[in-house]
Design a protein around this ligand. Structure first.
Ligand SMILES: *[C@@H]1O[C@H](CO)[C@@H](O)[C@H](O)[C@H]1NC(C)=O
Ligand SMILES: *[C@@H]1O[C@H](CO)[C@@H](O)[C@H](O)[C@H]1NC(C)=O
Ligand SMILES: *[C@@H]1O[C@H](CO)[C@@H](O)[C@H](O)[C@H]1NC(C)=O
Length: 401
């Protein structure tokens, strides 16, 4: 055997070994990730949509897996509130609130939190283990969302945006179940709190509902949170990576919503507040006026340690233009803003916390529509709805091809 053929044989063997190691390790990697994500449960609740909700004891809270938070003392309540915060709403405001599907089959015991179990299929649906739970690039990372042709798809928006110095934001968000064309596309409604220059330093906190089959296996609208401290290079949905400190035993992030608005009929909504606890610097999330869901610790962030410089409310869809034309994925109720109540979706009672820590009705701001002929937004004022807007649209139509 010549030296040359010996080397070739060795190289061939090496290549074969690497190949099989690769497939083994892919499977092993998924198993390891699942082990990391899914904690031992005190009780597991099967939701009618097929999810398993694990009630995880606070002492096994996922936050302790984060290297920065090994010794973290979990705060069960905020230590301070902005002036004028609404903790006791009128009965009228308590109407038509959504619940989550899993709660029809049980409750989590005291000292535990509900965590939607991640399955092998959830991870396999992501393009890679590395991209699991992460977002594709969006309007803060792409210079021009309208003209971008990246294979991440095209993000479209109908949103209201304000610039300034903010310590919080809130709104009542109308909930729908819009048609979404493929499992890779999504349709969502959310609040963004953003700080820092666009690019790698961008900090963002997000809460809303989304229909995203590629992520959640079905087309139910689901609560989600998201955060990033580096312009979406890292940062995750829900518990896909560690950072958010859930403390409520009533809210499962990523869990399906039981009640959705109907065309010409009953409207359902979620009241949401996000604000900075002045004493700790943490950003709290509160739903339904009374449920303290949890917080994003101040130390996750750089620019958001101080304040948010942009707040946005509204809808977003992702379009993969699969047949070369605009997607038929709908936004909000699937109708344009001018169709109004029970057809277009709304955000009402838009409020902000200013830099003096005072809760106020939002005033001003400007709307952003990436393609007005596909999805639009119209904002206005009303005595009881405060600053509000209708938004949404059908996507593809004769003016949007
Ligand atoms: C946590 O506490 C231990 C013991 O006091 C200490 O050795 C360790 O450095 C701390 N870790 C962090 C991340 O603060
Ligand atoms: C929402 O749906 C759940 C489950 O079907 C139901 O129990 C609850 O009464 C509904 N809530 C409202 C406000 O209609
Ligand atoms: C998109 O591209 C077209 C043609 O190149 C250009 O006219 C238009 O201004 C661009 N739109 C944006 C938002 O960049």
């Amino acid at each position: 055997m010549s030296i040359m053929s010996f080397v070739l044989i060795i190289l061939t063997i090496a290549a074969k070994v690497t190949e099989s190691e690769f497939s083994d390790s892919h499977d092993a990697k998924i198993t390891r990730l699942l082990k990391k994500l899914n904690k031992p449960a005190l009780k597991s609740i099967k939701s009618p949509d097929g999810d398993i909700i694990d009630c995880v004891h606070m002492k096994n809270h996922p936050i302790y897996d984060h290297p920065l938070f090994k010794n973290h003392t979990i705060q069960m309540r905020p230590s301070s509130y902005p002036e004028g915060m609404n903790n006791e709403p009128s009965d009228q405001k308590k109407e038509n609130l959504v619940t989550q599907l899993w709660t029809t089959n049980g409750k989590c015991p005291k000292n535990s939190i509900p965590i939607r179990r991640t399955t092998r299929e959830d991870i396999l649906r992501a393009k890679s283990i590395e991209s699991f739970g992460k977002k594709t690039s969006n309007r803060f990372t792409q210079p021009s969302p309208v003209n971008s042709t990246s294979n991440d798809g095209i993000h479209e928006y109908a949103i209201l945006e304000v610039h300034g110095k903010f310590h919080g934001a809130s709104s009542i968000i109308n909930v729908w179940k819009p048609y979404v064309r493929t499992e890779d596309e999504f349709s969502l409604a959310q609040i963004w709190l953003v700080a820092g220059p666009p690019g790698d330093e961008l900090n963002a906190i997000e809460f809303g509902w989304q229909v995203y089959e590629g992520k959640y296996h079905d087309n139910n609208p689901r609560y989600f949170i998201f955060w990033t401290a580096d312009g979406y290079r890292t940062g995750c949905y829900n518990f896909d990576c560690h950072g958010f400190v859930l403390v409520s035993r009533e809210i499962a992030l990523g869990g399906a919503i039981a009640n959705v608005s109907t065309l010409g009929g009953q409207q359902y909504q979620i009241p949401v507040s996000i604000w900075k606890d002045e004493q700790t610097g943490d950003w709290w999330l509160k739903l339904y006026y009374t449920i303290f869901v949890g917080y994003w610790p101040s130390s996750l962030f750089t620019h958001l340690r101080d304040s948010a410089s942009i707040i946005e409310w509204g809808g977003e869809i992702l379009d993969f233009k699969d047949d070369g034309r605009h997607t038929t994925t709908r936004m909000g109720g699937g109708y344009f803003a001018q169709e109004g109540l029970t057809k277009a979706a709304y955000f009402k009672n838009l409020e902000i916390v200013d830099e003096h820590n005072i809760w106020r009705r939002n005033e001003g701001g400007h709307t952003i529509m990436t393609q007005e002929s596909c999805y639009n937004i119209q904002s206005a004022y009303h005595d009881t709805w405060g600053n509000f807007f209708y938004y949404g649209g059908p996507g593809r139509n004769q003016n949007c091809m």
